[in-house]
Design a binder for this molecule. Sequence first.
Ligand SMILES: [Zn+2]
Ligand SMILES: [Zn+2]
Length: 261
Amino acid sequence: MLVDSHCHLEFPDFAPEQAAVIERAREAGIGHMLTISTRVHRFAEIVRVAEAHNDISCSLGTHPHSAEEESDVTTANLIALGQHPKVVGIGETGLDYFYDNSPREQQQEMFRRHIRAALELDMPVIVHTRDAEDDTIRLLREEGQGGRLTGVIHCFSSSPRMAEEALELGFHISFSGIVTFKKADELRETARTVPLDRMLVETDAPFLAPIPKRGKRNEPSYIVHTANVLAGLHDISFETLSHRTSENFFSLFRRAQPPTQ
Ligand SMILES: [Zn+2]
Ligand SMILES: [Zn+2]
């Protein structure tokens, strides 16, 4: 069994065939999918997907791109909505200085609110970070209550130093299809150094389809290609990689329901 630790099943890209996409994932051996919230104001749409399926859980959060648009979302709002039984983590939140779609100060403020909510709810935080390594680590340190905060750096594509610092903070690191791309040699080297008990796998579907599906719309069933590459880097079987990363997922996201055989 594999777990897709980060996908966006309620995105309009999937609307015409969401049910078929979910079915193909199950056929490919995906035992659980975590569908990720990017707008708190659209929480109802995402929770509907999770409520309809035992093997889908969801998160709650404002993507850094939408930090300005959702600047009215408070820590108290997050704590209140986060009580929903299908919510297993807070995010995706973080800092994106590559696109700068929201002012950096607002991104930072929203990131802090999400971390505080995650601590209060005793849930992991799902971190999106791009071109913002120093501030990301600094905020995780400042708000993390000395290692009490848990979480994952999703779609990891940062430097080896960032991986080291995130691991030092006790964080998990999740790899997407980027690790299969031809030019991603440095990222593959980093993936090799991430301990097997701290690694997760994700698609970030509908984005970033792995090779050999690159350029197409991504979907959870394609995660097998990414898992294969990670298994090769760690010189273990596909089955072992799948088993270990699934175990990691359910020990980090403790509110997610593992499948019953
Ligand atoms: Zn992201
Ligand atoms: Zn995402």
